[in-house]
Design a protein around this ligand. Structure first.
Ligand SMILES: [Zn+2]
Length: 214
């Protein structure tokens, strides 16, 4: 990728100013929005294409690349804040590290960035399949057979609690980046310690004022 050209006036794609879940129209704002259609709580930031006062930080090829990864059912996905823009990619299924396809939007070509969180269904399913039945088994054995089973069950009880907490409270972190020719949706919640940095750097490099994750 090469640095973005200065924005020319291009009509925004119709979904640029809309709820990322149900599509109902909204105005870009600095605060947190609540969708009048579906109730989603989200942020909708205007990028350089939508607001001439938004100026991306100057391109610097040495700027750090901030990467987040997520596991789908089959493939690993990657989200990347690079010096030139934000991109999403699918990682090769063998090593899980090399992008086999990658799509990006230049910072200068962003109409809007929407940020929201949603319940992690995949994590709930994984919890229901693995730690929860084992937790149940050991706890019931601990009550009916011998207390030592409670000790065996403890890690699974904790595992269930943690995965449920992650699925419902931390949730999946999503961003939709709308450019003039392409819209990408990225997930950026893992690794945990890079989540806020990914979000903050994405906004900063796009020239958007700092804002909390909704
Ligand atoms: Zn909505």
């Amino acid at each position: 990728m090469v640095p973005a050209q200065p924005p020319q006036s291009v009509a925004p794609p119709p979904h640029a100013l809309g709820c990322p879940k149900c599509g109902i129209g909204a105005q870009a704002a600095t605060g947190i929005l609540t969708c009048t259609g579906c109730g989603l709580v989200y942020a909708l930031h205007a990028g350089a294409r939508a607001d001439s006062r938004v100026v991306p930080v100057p391109f610097d090829q040495r700027a750090e690349r901030v990467k987040a990864v997520s596991n789908g059912i089959v493939l690993r996905k990657m989200a990347l804040v690079a010096p030139e823009g934000v991109s999403e990619g699918t990682l090769d299924p063998v090593t899980g590290y090399i992008p086999i396809e990658q799509n990006g939007v230049y910072f200068g070509d962003i109409f809007t960035i929407a940020v929201w969180r949603k319940v992690d269904v995949l994590k709930l399913v994984a919890t229901a399949i693995l730690p929860f039945p084992l937790a149940l088994l050991f706890v019931s054995l601990g009550i009916t057979q011998h207390p030592v089973f409670l000790a065996f069950g403890a890690p699974f009880v904790l595992g269930t609690a943690w995965m449920t907490y992650r699925a419902f409270k931390i949730k999946v972190h999503m961003a939709r980046v709308v450019g003039s020719t392409r819209t990408i949706e990225v997930r950026f919640d893992a690794p945990i310690w890079r989540r806020k940095k990914f979000h903050d750097e994405m906004l900063r490099r796009a020239g958007i004022a700092p804002s909390p994750i909704p």
